[in-house]
Design a protein around this ligand. Structure first.
Ligand code: GLA
Length: 386
């Protein structure tokens, strides 16, 4: 990979004339964490922060050039020889191309310039946005006939095979299939999406980015997935009809309390309770009961911290701090965990005060200034013509 500086944009881009721009958003999740790979429910949406990818076919059969403006980094690859790279960010792109090819579709040579205002490692899915943005652009450029859902699925598969995180479908689905001013109640078993109006009357969603990203994140993520699978393998011996934690309720889990290790029991208990909370959260939203929604968010955080054990001291501090403010209805860690953002549902007029005090307290404790991101639910991936 060649590194470039701004005054020296790669030669292959000197005459770059984009045919169109793909806008690939990040996502938030109101509630339903780690439930997606357990066939459960999630409540995410795309947001007003995104990656922009400008595309142009370059007339060659197989040479592709990618330039990241944000990171001032450039690389080229050959469509005939796709393999994993030692540079992680390249794998998001190579993995997607590989998955497209595996589905019998054949993109040709293209150039792409990428520009992003999505913070990396903040738990708002910059990786899913990049994967889906590439797939979306190639689909448009070469008329590949891929549906939005296929784009989300193949992008998830790219992450499994090229990046090594055995993620669920939530991030990619939300990035590609969201609708403005709505949340998606996604059934990750059937992939049925119900669009729920995001009625936060007088309130806003504020993310506080801890700016920490603990190295445990990737390995512990895969471990959690394996632990859930272990529980299922065990339960299946007595109940062969059970395929995932979605098919188990708290009562049935209780039967296994003395047979499962304490850790496995806690993991499963969290997932089953979190699924229940997602459905309750949708009911709360439909009846404009933001107080109840907020309590469910706090309960979700507690479960993620104590039973699923994917939080960290920085996230816990910010969530705990938010409980001093009546105007904050709910707060919790968001995404895979071990760093990234908290999501806070807060009365609009109290935002400045809360943000200022949280910034001060967090700075004092950890000597880090948290990043504040006010988000709104947006439509999924879309294209504008240049
Ligand atoms: C990451 C994964 C998602 C999901 C969340 C946790 O964002 O990519 O599939 O599992 O963590 O809810």
């Amino acid at each position: 990979m060649e590194k470039q500086n701004n005054s020296n944009i790669p030669a292959s881009f000197r005459n770059f004339k984009p045919q169109f721009t793909v806008h690939a958003p990040g996502r938030i999740n109101i509630i339903g964490e780690h439930t997606d790979y357990n066939d459960g429910f999630v409540l995410p949406t795309a947001i007003n922060k995104k990656i922009k990818l400008q595309f142009s076919a370059n007339g060659s059969a197989s040479v592709c050039n990618i330039y990241s403006k944000t990171y001032n980094t450039y690389f080229s690859f050959d469509l005939q020889k796709i393999s994993r790279s030692e540079h992680m960010w390249e794998n998001y792109i190579l993995g997607v191309v590989n998955e497209i090819q595996k589905r019998g579709k054949n993109p040709e040579g293209f150039d792409c310039i990428i520009d992003s205002d999505l913070p990396v490692g903040a738990g708002i899915s910059s990786s899913a946005a990049l994967e889906c943005g590439i797939a979306f652009g190639l689909n448009e450029l070469f008329n590949l006939g891929l549906s939005r859902q296929t784009i989300a699925e193949l992008s998830r598969d790219a992450e499994h095979h090229y990046v090594g995180t055995k993620c669920g479908i939530m991030d990619q689905f939300a990035s590609v299939l969201s609708r403005e001013d709505h949340l998606i109640l996604l059934d990750c078993h059937s992939l049925e999406a119900t669009y729920v109006p995001a009625n936060f009357e007088g309130h806003k969603l504020v993310l506080l980015n801890t700016k920490v990203s603990h190295s445990l994140a990737a390995s512990e993520y895969n471990t959690r997935r394996k632990e859930c699978e272990e529980v299922i393998n065990y339960i299946q011996k007595r109940y062969p009809e059970v395929n995932s934690l979605r098919d188990v309720d708290l009562q049935r889990l209780q039967e296994f309390k003395n047979e499962l290790s304490e850790v496995l029991y806690k993991r499963a208990r969290f997932i089953i309770s979190e699924n229940n909370r997602v459905l309750k959260a949708v009911e709360a939203l439909k009846s404009d009961d933001l107080d109840h929604l907020g309590l469910l968010m706090y309960a979700s955080h507690k479960g993620l911290r104590d039973n699923y054990e994917v939080s960290c001291k920085e996230l816990d501090f910010l969530v705990e701090f938010s409980t001093n403010f009546e105007a904050v209805k709910g707060a919790r860690m968001m995404g895979g965990g071990f760093g990234g953002c908290t999501i806070n549902l807060i009365e609009e007029e109290a935002i400045d005060d809360f943000v200022q005090k949280a910034t001060e307290a967090y700075g004092k404790k950890f000597n880090i200034e948290p990043e504040v991101i006010i988000v709104t639910p947006q439509q999924g991936t879309y294209i504008t013509k240049n």
